[in-house]
Design a protein around this ligand. Sequence first.
Ligand code: PSU
Ligand code: MN
Length: 306
Amino acid sequence: MNLQDLIVISPEVQSAISNNKPVVALESTIITHGMPWPENLETAKRVENTIYDEGVTPATIAVVGHKIRVGLSAEELLSLAQTKDVRKLSRADIAHALVCGDTGSTTVAATMLCAHLAGIQVFATGGLGGVHRDVIETMDVSADLGEFERTPVLVVCAGVKAILDIAKTLEKLETLGIPVVAYNQDTFPAFWSSDSGLKAPLRMNTPEAIARLVQTRKTLGQNEGVIVANPVAPEDEILKQEMEPVIAQALSEAKQKSITGKAITPFLLQRIFELTNGKSLATNIALVESNARLASKIAVQLAKRS
Ligand code: PSU
Ligand code: MN
């Protein structure tokens, strides 16, 4: 069995990779589990167009029909956005879904793995998974964090979702030796809010400097992933003091309903969407788009250097 038997790269994405043109990978869990229909499909398309506008090729990743698909057609995107029983695949699930022939969307961890296999260095998403607030009882730490230890892909996000324990997540990343770079501000962002109140470990102000960081790490033989935390624009953010009571209510409902494991993050995102009357979704869409734009600019700078 060869890798080529398991991975199908669209001709458009393959041609960009082969010609050293910039490519930005996109995850699909945000489509299947992160946003409701039809905003999920609209956002997926809008984000791809943002990337095209920067002169970069988007590569949305999912598992369909015994293959990892890198670069989805419009029909594949539509079917993924409409299908109800799509599996949420993290690193541990990918090979299982390939063998069973199940359709699955890829989380940050799984998308990093697949992007790396395809030769893509930059990936844009909304928010990373991290250490959950009730970690002491549940031991719930997203596999996204461990992936950065293994896979040299740069991920542009708006920080980690504020439903998590952000301070513990930063501690865990520090232990793993993962560089966490805030874009153009000193503090680490908190997904729906631009400022978590916690100092970011590192700061950089231009896509060019970030590309040089990636190049320098490669030369040093440092094979971990890199996190670029891009704060949501002030006009799109929901302030922390407004989000906190909403998050607290969603978390307490999840506890009452005994929701755990893979289901917890999608449940919380959906409840927060309802409790904010859709405001959280508008912010989520704006921040993903902004991350796709920054990721594209970094990919352009990286392509120039290789
Ligand atoms: N960012 C979003 N919406 C999402 C996610 C991220 O704006 O739905 C997804 C990502 O795929 C991330 C996953 O990897 O949530 C984390 O899930 P968990 O906490 O179960 O590891
Ligand atoms: Mn988890």
